[in-house]
Design a protein around this ligand. Structure first.
Ligand code: PLP
Length: 273
């Protein structure tokens, strides 16, 4: 594989960043995962806007979006594949132990890996940990994803594929790597950004294209929802078939199937919506 590291292409095996990179030592970094369809990034402009917002929140230097666009093109040209997951990582760079992130140049890595088409359904679990909707990292796609790693491990231990979290107010928030939509009385709802969820790009597109209400929902709504689905770059619209072992009446149910169809049609028509 060929990756982009700080201005040029490298073989993955020979690309090197410092072992004292602030992203590695303290999680001082931000990232984006986006899909590439036949060599073209999907919704790149939106991903770059979110990366910039995340970088600003952490006080990282403004990312060079022209370089990142060139990097995505170069990496995709060097690694042709039908469906890829592109990963952009941007960190504080080398910071000697005991020092703050200094004048060091930030680290930029763009890598790609082939990915299979999304899996049709998910089984999810609820977890005892909460997302802090007022925390400094709320809504930020930072490389400090330890909480998500722990919650996902819990899901896997229960034979599920995703964990859904509440926020500190007890409201439904999001998954470890997904946003969540629920159907109640035939109507589609998703938690508002104030819940502390990541401003998911798939979530935003589903809101624009299929329509849904942004509603503060109690966590236990999952016990009575008629349908539940997850959204993310690598899932698109993914029907939930079970919550904590409770089978949902249908996966996908009619509302989910409609949202999935609309998303599919629109996203195929426009690769940079
Ligand atoms: N929420 C979290 C915590 C995520 O990490 C992700 C993506 O990985 C999402 C939601 C979905 O965002 P997107 O649709 O932009 O992939």
């Amino acid at each position: 594989m060929t990756i982009w590291l700080n201005g040029s292409l490298h073989d993955t095996d020979s690309a090197r960043v410092s072992v004292l990179d602030h992203g590695l030592t303290v999680g001082d970094g931000v990232f984006e995962t986006l899909k590439a369809v036949r060599g073209r990034p999907f919704a790149l402009t939106r991903h770059l806007a979110r990366l910039t917002a995340s970088a600003r929140a952490l006080g990282l230097p403004e990312p060079d979006l022209d370089e990142i666009r060139r990097a995505c093109t170069a990496v995709l040209d060097a690694n042709p594949m039908p469906l890829g997951r592109l990963r952009i990582t941007y960190t504080g760079g080398l910071a000697p132990l005991g020092s703050e992130r200094g004048a060091a140049r930030p680290t930029l890595v763009v890598a790609v890996a082939q990915t299979p088409p999304p899996v049709a359904t998910a089984a999810v679990v609820t977890v005892p940990w909460t997302r802090n909707e007022r925390g400094a990292l709320a809504g930020i796609k930072s490389t400090s994803y330890g909480e998500n790693v722990i919650a996902l491990a819990r899901a896997k231990a229960h034979g599920a594929t995703e964990a859904l979290l509440a926020n500190t107010a007890g409201a439904l928030c999001e998954g470890t790597a997904s946003n969540v939509f629920v159907v109640l009385d035939g109507e589609l709802h998703t938690p508002p950004l104030a819940s502390g969820c990541l401003p998911g790009i798939t979530r935003a597109l589903v809101l624009e294209w299929a329509g849904a209400k942004e509603t503060e929902l109690p966590y236990d709504v999952l016990e009575r929802a008629e349908e539940v689905f997850l959204t993310s770059t690598l899932r698109d619209v993914q029907a939930v078939r079970a919550v904590d072992g409770r089978e949902l009446p249908a996966a996908p149910g009619p509302v989910t199937a409609k949202a999935a169809r609309i998303f599919d049609e629109q996203s195929t028509a426009d690769l940079d919506p």
